[in-house]
Design a protein around this ligand. Structure first.
Ligand code: HEM
Length: 547
């Protein structure tokens, strides 16, 4: 009995030990397993502060209600949300986020760049128009074009070609046009009102066509305006290419704004409505571009006969450097046109409008800088300024940069998420979602720019020594950031500074506010690829007294 009782007590004590040990073993096992397995971040769903989601329709009702004011609506939500982003979910159609958070932007455009291509959805929508050009390609196809184009854009010869093209356009077309408008104005024809946006768009189109394929479409020219004292700056017979290009661009953007994604495919298949018009506009643009490509190929093979302007443009450089099909060359050129066409004109339009409502000291400082550049280069008013003189204008650089902070020419820019991902603060991003950064909203976030972020204050970009201080491209996203950053940034500043310097030193630009002002005195915008003013920018110009 004694043996039985001792073995049963042994059994009891070992069961007790096991009972105590089991949880210890269990916990240890899991602790070791957790230590050995790579840590998986806890993710959270993207939310939108102040935006309710319908249980079945997601954000579709809110989207439809605010579609006409998407930029302002998304900006209000982003600025008001603690993490500066809005998540949206439209069942069966689109899911994604729009962000104004610099950490998100850096993650998407640089740190995890490979996971955020333009994506099949976007490239498919643009393919009819832009093919697989630099602007509309991903992966290897993008990389080789980017490498070639980067090499060309950093070359001295392209830089000086750009300066020459811009100088010719400003001195030979823009200034004569404004002189004629000012003279009409001064001699009792007070009704001479120019749409400055249209003038600048035509001028930018001439410039980018010359740079991209050495062709001058003469979109800005002093045409015979009739005998009523009016000034006409466009000869429509010459602007046909620009008109077709603009129509194709606007119609193709309509594909992105349609909440029912398949509808453009159905219309295209049936060849009706906007898709029918788009097909015609694209055919016109392609035929025009193709003629130039073929002519350039011929002149390249008979290179002795090629003149200087033909050798310096981007197309001639691609024709010379490698063997590409005519279609590939056409797509490359069209990508440059879309990139440089309305961006600088949009920036300048908003700049002249902002300047008109800023203290006179801003214009005075720009003029002082222009006069300083004239004195040091020995050039006279009306003559073009060279690259170095333009580069030395820090205040003007700051003023343009500040204007684009508030009115970025490309207000929204989308990428697509290739595989499930997590943003730096743990927010989940699903495969196939669109991730859009809003440069427009970012310019209005006090956490980035301070409490005076709504003010136009060029000084915020200058150090105590008056030298321009750049900001991180992940905070100032106007020219994009990371490996796909804008290639034409330097060219754009040359063009914009040249226009502003030459125009302001000779003219006072009076904005017709009663026509230009939208709600709260700010002109309304049209949401396209670029931020254009609805109805244009009506101005009157008068000659500035020389001092
Ligand atoms: C104020 C003027 C300009 C602004 C604000 C601007 C802004 C931008 C932005 C936001 C992008 C990224 C677009 C995207 O990939 O979705 C971009 C790309 C690009 N920009 Fe500009 N741009 C300007 C002028 C120009 C000019 C004058 C050119 C000259 C041709 C140019 C050439 C390009 C090119 C080639 C790309 C594509 C780069 C790539 O995908 O690798 N840009 N630009």
């Amino acid at each position: 009995m004694a043996t039985v009782s001792s073995s049963s007590s042994e059994l009891q004590s070992s069961s007790l030990t096991l009972l105590v040990l089991l949880p210890v073993i269990y916990i240890s096992y899991h602790l070791i397993k957790r230590a050995l397995t790579p840590t998986k971040k806890k993710t959270k769903k993207p939310t939108t502060h102040g935006l309710k989601s319908h249980p079945l329709l997601g954000h579709l009702p809110a989207f439809l209600k605010n579609r006409h004011r998407f930029l302002d609506w998304s900006t209000e939500l982003i600025v008001g949300s603690p993490d500066h982003r809005m998540g949206f979910w439209i069942p069966g159609m689109r899911t994604g986020i729009v962000t104004g958070n610099p950490a998100d932007v850096e993650h998407v455009l640089r740190a995890n760049f490979a996971n955020y291509p333009k994506g099949d959805r976007a490239t498919a929508m643009l393919r009819d128009f832009l093919g697989a050009g630099l602007f509309n390609s991903d992966g290897e196809q993008w990389l080789w074009q980017r490498k070639n184009a980067s090499r060309e854009f950093s070359s001295r010869s392209l830089r000086s070609f750009v300066v020459d093209v811009v100088s010719d356009e400003v001195a030979g077309r823009l200034l004569p046009l404004l002189r004629s408008a000012a003279d009409g104005y001064g001699h009792g024809h007070g009704r001479v009102v120019l749409d400055l946006q249209d003038v600048l768009e035509r001028s930018a189109f001439d410039t980018i066509c010359m740079v991209a394929f050495g062709h001058d479409p003469c979109c800005l020219c002093l045409a015979d305006g009739g005998g009523d004292g009016g000034v006409c700056w466009a000869d429509d017979s010459k602007s046909e290419f620009m008109r077709a290009f603009g129509e194709a661009q606007d119609l193709i953007i309509g594909r992105f704004l349609d909440p029912v994604e398949v509808s453009w495919k159905v219309k295209k298949w049936l060849n009706v409505g906007t898709e029918r018009r788009l097909k015609k506009a694209i055919a016109d643009v392609h035929a025009f571009a193709m003629d130039i490509v073929r002519a350039r190929r011929q002149s390249a093979s008979a290179s002795a006969s090629a003149d200087q302007s033909q050798r310096d443009d981007v197309l001639s450089r691609f024709v010379a450097s490698a063997e590409h099909s005519d279609e590939t060359l056409r797509d490359i050129v069209l990508s440059f046109l879309i990139a440089g066409r309305e961006t600088t004109s949009s920036a300048l339009t908003w700049f002249f409008w902002l300047l008109s409502s800023s203290p006179p000291a801003v214009t005075a400082r720009i003029l002082a800088e222009v006069r300083g550049a004239r004195a040091s280069t020995g050039t006279r008013r009306g003559q073009p300024l060279g690259f170095d003189a333009l580069r030395g204008m820090h205040y003007l650089h700051a003023a343009l940069t500040e204007s684009m902070r508030l009115y970025p020419p490309v207000p929204l820019d989308s990428q697509s998420c290739a595989e499930d991902d997590t943003l730096p603060d743990g927010t989940h991003v699903g495969k196939g979602w669109s991730v859009t950064y809003s440069a427009y909203a970012m310019g209005r976030i006090p956490a980035i720019w301070g409490d005076d972020c709504a003010e136009f204050r060029p000084e915020r970009w200058l150090g105590d020594d008056g030298v321009f201080r750049p900001e991180s491209p992940f905070r100032y996203t106007v020219f994009h950031a990371g490996p796909r950053m804008c290639l034409g940034k330097e060219m754009a500043y040359v063009q914009m500074k040249s226009v502003v310097a030459c125009v302001l030193e000779e003219f006072v630009v009076d904005v017709r506010k009663e026509v230009a002002g939208g709600s709260g005195g700010v002109p309304e915008h049209v949401l396209s690829v670029t931020l254009r003013m609805k109805g244009g920018l009506p101005v009157q110009v008068r000659r500035r007294e020389e001092c």
